[in-house]
Structures are given as structure tokens and as C-alpha cells.
Design a protein around this ligand. Structure first.
Ligand SMILES: [Cu+2]
Length: 197
């Protein structure tokens, strides 16, 4: 702390202009340091998370041709739903005005599940109950993330991006079942869902 210049007599209510300036300068310097530390912290966070996540946004930039979604490639109808291949659980889904395909998704608990989804018409999004499964679905791009579900049970999966007049009716269900039950159902090459047939 630097020395405060001698105060004139009369107490703190009659500080000299130079002493008041001194106090203001100290307060400003203190706030400049605090703001500087916050900015430095944010930059460090950006660099660490950017490098840690391979310097890409979390959803990665993977494109897909909207015009041929239903005709060929990964998102043809027969390939939608949950697959179990090479020990990996992958859920493929499509969002369109105003539904998800499939309408009911089966996943195991306690095992990593990778979601891959896209939209056919406009921007949609989904979240699964109160879990951290949450993504936007943008036409032309494949959204992908991996998560795991701790508890079994049925969750609602609403669309959370306003996508038109039918938006509030756009939702699907996710059934989280025990891993043993899932593995008993899953057969390589097949796509699982809980849509009533
Ligand atoms: Cu929607």
C-alpha cells in the first residue's frame, strides 16, 4: 500500500482533491486487475477446451446431403434406430416437421451411447428428460455426441428448437433398459426401436 498523503484537519469528509483522486485511482486499478484476471481466465478456458476437444466445436462439422437423406446413405429409414455393432451402441435419428424417426428409441443404461442425427427440413433439436443428452439438429449437418444413461426408465424427448406451428406436439420417447436386456435384444445388423409394430 502506498502512503496516503497527509490529510488536512477536519476528518474524512473534507479530503483534499488530491487524496480523493488517490482513492479513486486505487479503486480503478483494483478493478482493472480483477477484469484482467477474468479475461485471462476466459482465454485460458477457450484454449484448454479447444485443444482438449481437438480444436473443434463439440458437435463437429460433418455434412450430409439433405436431398438424398431418405434415398441412400446413413439416414435411410431402414438404418434408423439403435444399432449394436463392434461393441458400440449407436442411435441414428431424423427430425422433421413435426416428428422424430424413430418415435421411440431404446438404449441400454450404463453403456456409452452415441447419437447421430440430422434434420430434413428446418432446425430442430432434442433433449432426453433431465439427462445431459441435448443437441441441435440442423439440415445438412450431422449432430453427434456420446453419453450414457445412469438410470433405467422411460424419458420424454421433446423438440427444443421452435420449428413451426406443430412444434409443441413434436416429441419422442426414450426407453432406457438394463444392459443385459438390451444385449439380449440386440443382434448385429438389426436396428432396434420401441415403436409399436
Ligand atoms: Cu422440431
Amino acid at each position: 500500500m502506498s502512503a496516503v498523503p497527509p490529510m488536512p484537519s477536519g476528518g474524512e469528509h473534507s479530503e483534499s482533491p488530491s487524496s480523493a483522486e488517490h482513492v479513486a485511482e486505487r479503486a480503478e486499478r483494483r478493478w482493472a486487475v480483477i477484469v484482467g484476471v477474468i479475461i485471462a481466465l476466459l482465454i485460458v478456458m477457450m484454449v484448454v477446451t479447444g485443444l482438449h476437444w481437438s480444436a473443434m466445436p463439440p458437435s463437429r462439422v460433418e455434412t450430409v446431403d439433405v436431398n438424398t437423406l431418405h434415398l441412400k446413405g446413413e439416414f435411410v429409414e431402414s438404418n434408423l434406430g439403435t444399432s449394436f455393432e463392434d461393441g458400440k451402441v449407436v442411435v441414428r435419428l431424423l427430425a422433421q416437421q413435426y416428428s422424430f424417426v424413430p418415435q421411440c428409441i431404446v438404449v441400454p443404461s450404463e453403456i456409452s451411447v452415441t447419437f447421430r442425427g440430422t434434420a430434413t427440413d428446418t432446425i430442430h433439436g432434442f433433449m432426453v428428460g433431465t439427462t445431459n443428452a441435448n443437441s441441435m439438429l440442423i439440415p445438412g449437418f450431422v449432430a453427434t455426441f456420446t453419453t450414457s444413461f445412469k438410470k433405467t426408465g422411460e424419458r420424454l424427448m421433446p423438440c427444443h428448437e421452435y420449428c413451426g406451428t406443430g412444434h409443441e406436439a413434436m416429441w419422442a420417447r426414450v426407453q432406457v433398459i438394463p444392459p443385459e436386456a438390451f444385449l439380449a435384444k440386440a443382434r448385429a445388423g438389426e436396428r432396434l426401436s420401441c415403436v409399436p409394430s
